[in-house]
Design a protein around this ligand. Structure first.
Ligand code: ZN
Length: 185
């Protein structure tokens, strides 16, 4: 599996990413750019500072979001105090363990009492990866760090907007109550 493969048209991207995530119908609830970012993140192919340094570029090493630790994939998405704060906010919202949020595939299999809830939960977790990467890029370019509370609020709004465009027709009562409680409908 090569990056060039995903530089094809959007359908090609979706097919490859879907296979990567073991056939879950999760793309239905995600924006393709979220999915693509997570696909790269899962393979540690985003251009983090450690990668850029290994490519010979003269770049700073410290994480833009916390400024205390060298930026790597594992730091940025699972260890950084910024990411951990975002994970905590998502965990509190969806009532899932914070420690599970960093592993999208595990998350999809483990949490939720219905397929719909698992898919929505995964959509949220994928969105937060994308938005942490965006927060990092914004800080790198503009020198501004968005507060985690505001970032998570953006995730909620994006997911809600995405899901409202998909939900139509009847829904199981349990799913309907859960979606209402979490603000998805
Ligand atoms: Zn950091």
């Amino acid at each position: 599996m090569f990056i060039n493969q995903v530089m094809l048209k959007e359908n090609g991207v979706e097919m490859i990413i879907t296979q990567f995530f073991f056939g879950y119908d999760w793309l239905r609830y995600n924006v393709p750019k979220w999915s693509f970012t997570v696909w790269l993140q899962q393979q540690q192919r985003l251009l983090t500072l450690d990668r850029l340094g290994r490519m010979g570029m003269e770049v700073p090493t410290e994480c833009f979001l916390c400024g205390t630790t060298p930026e790597t994939h594992s730091h940025l998405f699972t260890e950084c105090v910024y990411a951990l704060k975002c994970h905590q906010l998502i965990a509190d919202w969806l009532h899932i363990p914070k420690s599970d949020i960093a592993d999208c595939v595990k998350m999809a299999k483990k949490h939720g009492q219905s397929m719909l809830i698992r898919q929505i939960t995964l959509a949220v977790v994928i969105a937060i990866v994308y938005w942490i990467w965006m927060a990092r890029n914004t800080c790198r370019i503009d020198g501004y760090v968005q507060h985690p509370v505001h970032l998570v609020q953006r995730v909620k709004e994006d997911c809600r907007r995405r899901l409202l465009g998909i939900f139509q027709g009847a829904m199981k009562q349990f799913d309907s109550l859960w979606c209402h409680e979490k603000g998805f409908k």
